[in-house]
Design a protein around this ligand. Structure first.
Ligand code: IPM
Ligand code: MN
Length: 352
């Protein structure tokens, strides 16, 4: 059996509690199905950064790039590090340096009871958002002029490359083809962002021609937010840029029952990729055994799917669905359990 190494980075706040719950599921599945995964934990977080001044040790990025199949990450963010320097170095550092250009964020309602929308249920709320993950406003290009004066100017660039735009759009169409999703919607703001938006739209139209069996349509991102709430059933796959994707995927998380259940993958196809729940570190809930572990558990399932273990991923997702059905959840989903007990409610339902 070949072993594959998984880097586990619990991070800050409620991150470690979610990862604990996810790891107990992963370890059981790994043993029962003989997946040959070897988990290595890294304690990079705000505590470590404040103690040593180092966010990620020298050589660690190369080690992950060369020796690991995936990264399983909790959350980053700590009020003692207001500029989020460690998070930027580690999370955004991996997105950029490992070229994790696909941010994969499914929006799937797992139980009718969790729908925040009147008359929209599991049939209507089931689509996927692909967020470009290596360009846009996140590249950190820009600067100040006359900083601190009354004439201060700040410039923050929004960067799109043909290569970067084309590969995420192509990934979205390939995904639609592979999974039988009927349509791809590209959202931008090209009525105002005349250059970047123009590049996005031309690229989208070019790529769409190669996937004639899939319906393609364009929407302004402001209209997209409205339609996601008004008529989520109209979407199969959505593709958008880094910043718009950041914003609309929080809305997507709310549609599936809240940030507590949303999973995400930061993917470089065929290479080491990073999986993290969408929720943040929520410092005020840290260590209180109240955070919802389902986001981290569903993220573990997504990681297994990426590693080629679809059957095991499905078993984990079904166990979460069954735990929700039985109302064995944390408070945010209407149950009465703590983080640990909610994780165990999933564990005991694994049909391996
Ligand atoms: C996300 C987060 C990050 C982002 C933050 C923590 C930098 O909001 O993964 O959606 O903006 O991408
Ligand atoms: Mn976000």
């Amino acid at each position: 059996m070949t072993t594959r190494k998984i880097a586990v980075i619990p991070g800050d706040g409620i991150g470690p509690e979610g990862i604990d719950a996810g790891m107990s599921i992963l370890e059981r599945v790994n043993a029962a199905s003989k997946l040959g995964l070897e988990f290595v934990t890294f304690g990079w977080n705000a505590d470590e950064y404040l103690r040593t001044g180092i966010s990620m040790p020298h050589g660690a990025m190369e080690d992950i790039r060369n020796n690991y199949a995936a990264v399983y990450l909790g959350a980053f963010g700590d009020p003692r590090v207001p500029d989020m320097k460690h998070a930027a170095d580690i999370l955004l550092g991996m997105r950029f340096q490992l070229d994790l250009y696909v941010n994969y964020r499914p929006v799937k309602l797992l139980n009718e009871r969790l729908s925040p929308l009147k008359a929209k249920g599991t049939k209507e709320i089931d689509f996927v958002i692909f967020r470009e993950n290596t360009e846009g406003a996140y590249v950190g290009m820009g600067g100040f002029f006359k900083k601190g004066t009354a004439e201060e100017i700040a410039v923050q660039e929004d960067v799109s490359s043909r290569k970067g735009v084309e590969r995420i759009i192509r990934y979205a169409f390939e995904f639609a083809r592979k999974t039988g999703r009927p349509s791809v919607c590209m959202a931008d703001k090209n009525n105002v962002m005349r250059y970047g938006g123009d590049l996005w739209l031309r690229t989208f139209e070019d790529v769409a021609k190669e996937y004639s069996e899939i319906e393609s349509f364009h929407m302004f991102v402001d209209a997209l937010t409205m339609q996601m709430v008004r008529a989520p059933e109209m979407f199969g796959v959505i593709v958008t840029n880094n910043m718009f994707g950041d914003i609309v995927t929080d809305l997507g998380a709310a549609l599936q029952g809240g940030l507590g259940v949303a999973a995400s993958g930061n993917i470089n196809p065929g290479k080491v990729s990073l999986f993290e729940p969408i929720h943040g570190s929520a410092p005020k809930y840290a260590g209180k055994d109240v955070a919802n572990p389902f986001g981290a558990i569903l993220t573990a399932a997504m990681m297994l799917e990426y590693l080629g273990h679809q059957a095991e991923a499905d078993v984990i997702e079904q166990a979460v669905i069954d735990a929700i059905e039985a109302n064995e959840t944390t408070h945010d989903l209407g149950g009465a359990l703590g983080t640990k007990a909610a994780g165990e409610a999933v564990g005991k339902r694994l049909r391996l």
